[in-house]
Design a protein around this ligand. Structure first.
Ligand code: 0X9
Ligand code: ZN
Ligand code: ZN
Length: 304
């Protein structure tokens, strides 16, 4: 049965979602995001205990090889539904959760069958022998500006032929746009580097609510570091703390959808294992992610 001591292929993650929907029919509902290039369903789950809660959207595994992200997203779903911890109950019951454990379904399947280090989508590019675009450069927000992406189809940061050329990204964007008024937080789960990245990636300018963004990021980092594992997260803007990246999820959510607490979170580790994080680290990582999220959301609620 499903658990968090190993990584699972897409079919097992789908079975996990079905199981959750069957077990918790009154507080969960299936989200049908759309269909990938290769025809796979992109699925999510909504957890809602009551009407009118502020919403939190989690995009996960947009990069195919970042397996710890979907392991964490499925753990989070399970924990929100089963935990008896008072703080987790508050987090679950007073917020609506929209969680898409695997967005890049084609790429994820490919990492299981063929190339563990695949990052991009699997849609062929006309007149190129290289396949796929970087889905995290494909959102329609300052697309291809300021050298934040590549025009070379063989590059790992190829932006695609046009904004939203990748069906998975178009599908996610359409879904988020349809519920954006209910969302105040959007998180994109990535690995690795242990850093929280706010807008902007496409410019070095600071967002207008920079102080609030850094306050919630600091709350997350402090909470994680206070656990016995002592894992250190840093934080900053995407362009300042990492590198220029245009057309990424968090810039699009922030600038085009007015979701004012939008982050990319780069999970464990800092490079020892990189994308191939050992399964033994999944549960400790999930626990510290919950500590981080509790502190982040508490601070966000406080800021209003
Ligand atoms: O390059 C990326 O897309 C992200 N790093 S990763 O190693 N997971 O590929 C970082 C993107 C950060 N920038 C923005 N979100 N704008
Ligand atoms: Zn622009
Ligand atoms: Zn990534």
């Amino acid at each position: 049965s499903f658990g968090w001591t190993r990584y699972y292929p897409l079919s097992a993650i789908e079975a996990f979602l079905d199981d959750i929907l069957t077990k918790y029919p009154s507080v969960t509902s299936a989200i049908d995001i759309g269909t990938s290039y290769e025809g796979r369903k992109i699925r999510g789950i909504k957890i809602s205990y009551k009407e009118g809660n502020p919403g939190i959207f989690i995009e996960s595994n947009i990069h195919a090889r970042e397996w710890i992200t979907s392991a964490t997203a499925t753990w989070l779903i399970n924990e929100l539904l089963t935990s008896t911890d008072e703080k987790v109950r508050n987090l679950a019951e007073n917020h609506d959760w929209y969680i898409v454990p695997v967005l890049n379904v084609d790429g994820f399947a490919y990492t299981h069958t063929t190339d563990r280090m695949w990052r991009k989508t699997r849609q062929p590019v006309n007149f190129s022998s290289c396949i796929g675009a970087d889905p995290n450069r494909n959102y329609d927000s300052h697309w291809m500006e300021n050298n934040g992406a590549s025009a070379n189809p063989c590059s790992e940061t190829y932006a695609g032929t046009s904004p939203f050329s990748e069906p998975e990204i178009k599908a996610l964007a359409d879904y988020v746009a349809s519920i954006k008024d209910r969302l105040n937080i959007m998180l994109a789960f990535h690995s690795y580097s242990q850093v929280l990245l706010s807008p902007y990636g496409w410019t070095a300018d600071l967002p207008s609510n920079f102080d609030d963004l850094m306050a919630v990021a600091k709350a997350y980092a402090d909470a994680v570091e206070s656990l016995p594992y002592g894992t250190v997260y840093t934080y900053g803007t995407s362009s300042g703390a990492m590198y220029f990246a245009s057309g990424a999820t968090n810039d699009w959510a922030y600038s085009e959808q007015d979701i004012l607490l939008s982050f990319t979170i780069e999970f464990r580790d800092t490079g020892r294992y990189g994308f191939i994080l050992p399964p033994i680290q999944i549960l400790p990582h999930c626990e510290e992610t919950m500590a981080g999220l509790l502190a982040f959301v508490e601070k966000a609620d406080e800021l209003g």
